[in-house]
Design a protein around this ligand. Structure first.
Ligand SMILES: *Cc1c(COP(=O)(O)O)cnc(C)c1O
Length: 459
């Protein structure tokens, strides 16, 4: 496939109806939801771009695998099929399945993070950030400065700033850093990839200081395909070979299988350290389940074992990244600025630039998210001050993120090109009335992971 936007490398065998409710019904739904799109009924949404997590379409091979699920409590055949796939693709010595990525993060944090300790990364995703904080730890983001410039087209904007990492470790002390991470691709920073060169450099610095290195691998396959496309010297490697090389640099990984393993539920936690693995198993038994099923059904393990390979298929990856690029190009055509270059799993709309009259504390990206539902019945997700503003634990002063983004996450193998066109047309209409869109204030907000359950009122 050499076209920029390769056609879907599949045809559709099963369909699910969607409908656009009336503008009045959308307005009522918004009011009832407290203007938080997480609180809408899914049936009231026409195109749902809230997340690409667990929302993809499974293949006929995955559905067939579901029927082969072995529901034995311990040592099921399903577990061993998954184990073979995990060992083949990732190459770590030990692994446990978990029910989601955050369960892997919780268990890892429970085993390793002590209060006051820091965990650096290029950029932590929200659940990783919260799981480290929940153990009294301090997540720290050290991505390159280019990541914060939405117009800079650096090919690997997810890269860790290696100088900042070294300086941070020197200042903090390696003893206060139980492990370090890199997130591939950088979800919170726009789905931007990390280069192999940068992963090698980050691994080298972590290991120089004796700090275990974990990869947050939710979208590793998309990241590896970007490496193949963009990194000199990698174009002749297969995506799987690139993946093997990537994971050979690390001491372990956490993964939400709901992303690049194209399943509706599941996660993985992999490590090389036998001692740590023992502690992980004990935590897992306490919180998730026996180590050969980890909170999943046997059938889920089988769907995951198949999905891991489908997520690495290069015809699929070319179509997948092409669809995201297509939506971004259509939006840019109608004057909607998006983070450049376009990331893997979604288009990140620069809401701050579209609604410059709304200050951070009045949540411009939330305002744009509400407007998109109002206009087209489309659900995106705020990645801005609702999700990431927090008070400093020492000073109490509020920190606001540097970008106010509306993420349009694209579920895998789920929507077609004409859906993408409809989304761009809806944005064009919003653009015409952007000056009159107003901000929001909280009427309720919990302390951690506020975006899921907060309620708002228009200003
Ligand atoms: C989704 C995601 C997680 C959390 O995984 P869940 O399966 O939603 O619990 C962690 N890190 C990244 C980068 C993610 O995208």
């Amino acid at each position: 496939m050499t076209t920029i936007y390769p056609p879907e490398p599949f045809r559709i065998k099963v369909t699910e109806s969607i409908r656009l409710i009336s503008p009045e019904a959308r307005e009522a739904a918004l009011r009832e939801a407290g203007y938080n799109l997480f609180a809408l009924k899914a049936e009231d949404i026409f195109i749902d771009l809230l997340t690409d997590s667990g929302t993809g379409a499974m293949s006929q091979e995955q559905w067939a695998a579901i029927m082969r699920g072995d529901e034995s409590y311990a040592g099921a055949r399903s577990f061993h099929r998954l184990k073979a796939a995990v060992e083949d693709i990732f190459g770590f010595k030990y692994f446990v399945p978990t029910h989601q990525g955050r369960a892997a993060e919780n268990i890892l944090s429970a085993c390793l993070v002590k209060p006051g300790q820091s965990v650096p990364s290029n950029m932590h995703f929200d659940t990783t950030d919260a799981n480290i904080r929940a153990r009294g730890g301090r997540p720290t983001n050290l991505v390159i400065d280019e990541a914060f410039d939405p117009t800079n087209s650096h090919p690997f904007k997810g890269d860790m700033d290696i100088d900042k990492l070294r300086a941070f470790i020197e200042k903090t002390g390696a003893a206060n850093i139980p492990f370090g991470m890199v997130t591939v691709t950088n979800n919170a920073g726009g789905g931007q990839p990390v280069s192999m060169e940068n992963l090698k450099a980050a691994a080298e610095v972590y290991h120089e200081y004796g700090i275990p290195f974990f990869i947050d691998a939710a979208r590793y396959a998309e990241n590896c395909f970007f490496i193949k496309q963009r990194e000199p010297g990698c174009e002749h490697q297969s995506v799987k070979e690139i993946a093997r090389e990537m994971f050979s640099l690390a001491d372990g990984m956490t993964m939400s299988a709901k992303k690049d393993a194209i399943v509706n539920i599941g996660g993985l936690l992999c490590v090389n350290d036998e001692n740590l693995f023992q502690r992980i198993k004990n935590e897992l038994i306490l919180r998730e389940g026996f180590p050969t099923y980890g909170g999943l059904a046997g059938r889920d393990l089988d769907a995951l074992a198949v999905g891991l390979y489908e997520g690495l298929d290069e015809a699929y990856l070319a179509y997948r990244l092409g669809q995201t690029a297509y939506l971004a190009a259509r939006l840019n055509e109608v004057g909607i600025p998006t983070i450049q270059p376009t990331g893997g799993h979604g288009v990140y709309v620069n809401a701050g630039a579209i609604l410059p009259h709304i200050p951070n504390r009045e949540f411009p990206a939330q305002a744009l998210a509400v407007e998109l539902y109002r206009e087209g019945g489309i659900r995106g997700v705020e990645i801005g001050s609702v999700m990431f503003a927090y008070p400093d634990p020492d000073t109490g002063i509020w920190h606001y993120p540097r970008l106010e983004l509306l993420r349009l996450a694209i579920p895998r193998r789920t929507y077609t090109q004409s859906h993408m066109d409809y989304i761009a047309d809806s944005f064009a209409k919003i653009k015409g009335r952007a000056g009159s869109v107003r901000g929001y204030k909280f009427t309720y907000a919990p302390e951690l992971l506020r975006h899921f359950t907060a309620r708002f009122e228009p200003l």
